[in-house]
Design a binder for this molecule. Structure first.
Ligand code: URA
Length: 433
């Protein structure tokens, strides 16, 4: 078999056979197929796409390229949730304990943030003592004792994805739907859960800028998940505006705690409720009304908040900080941004606000950057609200004074003003089952 022929085939839009996909991945991992041929293949996929069966085989071969977790000995149906990434997305911090409090077994691997999007692992690590570098034994022991664990991705989870992603990054092929779908689903399949709920975000702060792109990605991922024998469903949710009011690691933990206590931003409450309900519907076959009622009860009774405390303790963190969130890392500087004019906030570019938060130290520009857990932005006004000149729009939390002017400029540059109220956007744009 020759890589040349595989590229030729894909260039002509012909689906690869399973044996050819195996050949491609073994050559990629051994280094026998040079980067320039893999790059040419990726570009051919970019223009020609993949057939559903071919894409499933491609994704399973990727998943098989490194460690795979076997969760079959864990009790009940194991469930994972994946967000395609956004700004202020702390839903895992709420939904994981919420789903566990409703009886699901949540065994999840999460990633670190890069660029304008935050990562669940960084948020969790802002809780003093919380460890995400769990050994397999520690991970299983937490899931067995409290029904919930979230760990960082092991270094050898889907090494083929790391190699392909590095080539996609420099060959303008990152934004290929089949390649994104295989990249995400290979990691979810390797992480072993029986059921996968996907949260595909769309809007200015998301990877997928339009609802149509998000729906197409959701469908491709669901096809792969089902062909791989996993129960899979997807929500398409709004990421045109940051989710909730807090952006930044410890700030988002504090906001997650508010939601688990039945308080906080109603939009965030609703998205978390819909996500947790859909996990219950997917795993238990419940109808929406039953699932929502369970979720609401788990919050109202305090069970979900207690579950979060057990989770934090099980992973080495100090659960007392959840009762008193002033014990979370706090920034030395809290700088108010005042409205330069009056009017309606017509649009907030979520990506630019994420970038402002990263400038303060809450995110990374490169993988090596060290995060400032206390840094970030707390929004006081959001899209659609009427604002008077001089009112507080947001508070920047920082430890480095020199980062504040650039972050303030980036924040103000993210806003668009209008004399009339903009149309309210839905939070949940679709559900694909
Ligand atoms: N997230 C991933 O894990 N992979 C992609 O290709 C894009 C987003």
């Amino acid at each position: 078999m020759r890589m040349f022929d595989l590229i030729q085939k894909k260039k002509r839009g012909i689906a690869l056979e399973a044996s050819e996909i195996q050949f491609l991945f073994s050559g990629l991992l051994s280094g026998e197929i040079p980067d320039y041929q893999v790059s040419a293949f990726l570009m051919a996929v970019y223009f020609r796409g993949m057939e559903p069966q071919e894409q499933t085989q491609f994704t399973l071969a990727m998943a098989d390229s490194g460690d795979q977790l076997d969760l079959s000995h864990l009790p009940g149906i194991t469930v994972d949730k994946h967000s395609t990434g956004g700004v202020g997305d702390k839903t895992t911090l709420v939904v994981a304990p919420l789903a566990a409090a409703c009886g699901l077994t949540v065994a999840k691997m999460s990633g670190k943030g890069l660029g304008h999007t935050g990562g669940t692992i960084d948020k969790l690590e802002s809780i003093p003592g919380f460890r995400t570098d769990l050994s397999k034994e520690e991970f299983f022991s937490a899931v067995q004792s409290i029904g919930l664990a979230v760990a960082g991705q092991s270094g050898n989870l889907v090494p083929a994805d790391k190699l392909l992603y590095a080539l996609r990054d420099v060959t303008a092929t990152v934004d290929s739907l089949p390649l994104i779908a295989s990249s995400i689903m290979s990691k979810k399949i390797a992480a072993g859960a029986d059921a996968i709920l996907l949260d595909v975000k769309t809007g200015s702060g998301a990877f997928m800028k339009t609802k149509e792109e998000a729906a197409a990605l959701a469908k491709e991922m669901i096809t792969i998940g089902k062909n791989a024998g996993r129960k899979t469903a997807a929500l398409i949710t709004n990421m045109d505006v940051p989710l909730g009011n807090a952006i930044g690691n410890a700030l988002e933990v504090e906001e997650a705690v508010e939601i688990l206590r039945g308080e906080g931003c109603p939009d965030l409450q609703e998205v978390c409720t819909v996500l947790a309900s859909n996990m219950l519907m997917l795993c238990n076959g419940w109808d929406e009304e039953t699932a929502r009622a369970q979720v609401k009860e788990a919050i109202a009774s305090g069970r979900a908040f207690e579950q979060m405390k057990r989770w934090v303790a099980a992973q080495g963190g100090d659960p007392a900080v959840l009762d008193d969130t002033s014990k979370l890392p706090q920034a030395a500087i809290q700088h108010e941004i005042l409205a330069p004019c009056g009017g309606y906030l017509a649009h907030m570019d979520a990506q630019k606000i994420g970038e402002a938060s990263a400038l303060l130290g809450a995110g990374r520009q490169t993988k090596e950057d060290v995060i400032d857990f206390a840094a970030g932005v707390v929004l006081k006004k959001k899209t659609g609200e009427r604002v008077e000149a001089g009112e507080v729009l947001a508070v920047l939390h920082a430890n480095r004074a020199e980062s504040v002017p650039a972050a303030e400029a980036a924040f103000l540059g993210a806003l668009q003003w209008s004399d009339t109220a903009p149309e309210k956007q839905p939070l949940i744009l679709g559900i694909v089952r």
